[in-house]
Design a protein around this ligand. Structure first.
Ligand SMILES: Nc1ncnc2c1ncn2[C@@H]1O[C@H](COP(=O)(O)OP(=O)(O)OP(=O)(O)O)[C@@H](O)[C@H]1O
Ligand SMILES: [Mg+2]
Length: 367
């Protein structure tokens, strides 16, 4: 197994007349045996980053190391990595056993060794009984396991996964995700896993790298990202339903308060935010509050936020409420409870101790 290190790595595609910067200056250290997830919206550069690590794309600028060795100019076959793609084509005319062993046979690994490695991988994946079947005789999840098996038998230094589960239905995806996590523990392998699904990222990664428009936005453990997002992008990308963000003013007028830009609500600000007002009596901010930090207060409650209840989505263990306060849409997550009819004005309580404050212009975290 090996570490992977990206130092100022950049990728510029030569797209016809104009160059396109797909990845800007990524610095990232992935430790030996770590499972790191790259997550971000479509087109943010995840696949490009993974393909550079694999050697399937050249690195325009910067240094890429695997196991301490600079590999910028090392061809893919000499990098000792195995990649599992979303569209893992299995050879239809070969059995599972042959599919899994094929890459080894190509490399002139001896027959006994191939058989032993295929058997080991099949045991790890629980597909020993399927070795003599052909791909068309397998379910989607079983085929996915064979694709993983093909990577495992190679005993690579690094596993690279590019959205390997996105062709599976929701339930199977959850199951396979657990199997990949188990596989990671069992093999103590270095793994880089790409997904656009933040739930998958949160449940799988030791560390998550959030990307947007070719740039790393934040690197951290799942709960670090959730509890202290570095900017408004990470704040709204990680967590579902996403954090509510309201353009507002932080002011000392009438006590330290946050006032929504349209005056729809005014709530006391955490005392720790007083330091953000040095050099002025007020400041424009983006006020962030997660749906679980909103609650429904009784009609008599003070310091509440008046909002219209627009939609109730029962999720079983909790309710998602869509609300409208002034010009702002808010989401709340509350325990199941009797609610007034949709369309009614209600009073929301905000747990402002858990609120987040971002710069109105740069959207960088201030609190
Ligand atoms: N071969 C190419 N030539 C030119 N531009 C490319 C090429 N491949 C990708 N791009 C561009 O680079 C950017 C990053 O693409 P990439 O495939 O890495 O995104 P991604 O994060 O994997 O997205 P998705 O979630 O949709 O798979 C996109 O703007 C894409 O259009
Ligand atoms: Mg991609």
């Amino acid at each position: 197994m090996a570490s992977v290190q990206l130092e100022g790595v950049q990728k510029i595609y030569d797209a016809g007349s104009r160059a396109h910067i797909a990845v800007h200056n990524i610095d990232l250290q992935i430790d030996d045996g770590e499972l790191v997830v790259l997550v971000g919206p479509s087109g943010c550069g995840k696949t490009t980053t993974l393909r550079m690590i694999a050697g399937l794309e050249s690195v325009t600028r910067g240094t890429l190391r695997i196991g301490g060795r600079v590999v910028n100019d090392v061809p893919p076959k000499d990098r000792d990595i195995a990649m599992v793609f979303q569209n893992y084509a299995l050879y239809p005319h070969m059995t599972v056993r042959e599919n899994m062993g094929f890459a080894l046979t190509l490399r002139h690994v001896g027959r006994t060794e191939v058989d032993a490695r295929v058997r080991d991988a099949a045991t790890i994946l629980g597909i020993e009984d399927l070795l003599d079947r052909r791909p068309r005789q397998l379910s989607g999840g079983q085929r996915q396991r064979v694709a993983l098996g093909r990577a495992i038998v190679r005993h690579p230094q690094v596993f690279l996964f590019d959205e390997p589960l996105s062709n599976l239905d929701a339930k199977l995806r959850v199951q396979m995700r657990r199997e990949i996590a188990r596989l990671h523990r069992q093999l103590s392998a270095t793994m880089v896993y790409v997904t656009h699904d933040q739930v998958e990222a949160m449940t799988l990664g030791n560390r998550i790298v959030v990307m947007n428009t070719g740039r790393v936005q934040q690197v951290g453990a799942p709960l670090e990202l959730y509890e202290r997002p570095d900017n408004a992008f990470v704040a709204t990308f990680i967590g579902s339903p996403p954090m509510n963000l309201v353009p507002a003013r932080l002011t000392r007028d009438g006590g330290l308060r946050v006032v929504a830009d349209d005056g729809a609500f005014a709530v006391p600000a955490p005392q720790a935010w007083a330091g953000l007002l040095i050099g002025g009596a007020e400041r424009r901010i983006l006020f962030g509050i997660r749906p679980e930090h909103l609650r429904i207060d009784g009609p008599g409650a003070s310091a509440g936020v008046a909002a219209r209840l627009d939609l109730v989505e029962p999720m079983g263990a909790e309710l998602y409420l869509s609300l409208r306060a002034g010009n702002h849409d808010l989401m709340a997550r509350v325990p199941p409870q009797p609610l007034p009819p949709v369309g009614t004005e209600i009073v929301l309580g905000m747990d402002v101790a858990h609120a987040h404050c971002f710069d109105a212009d740069t959207s960088v975290r201030l609190s």
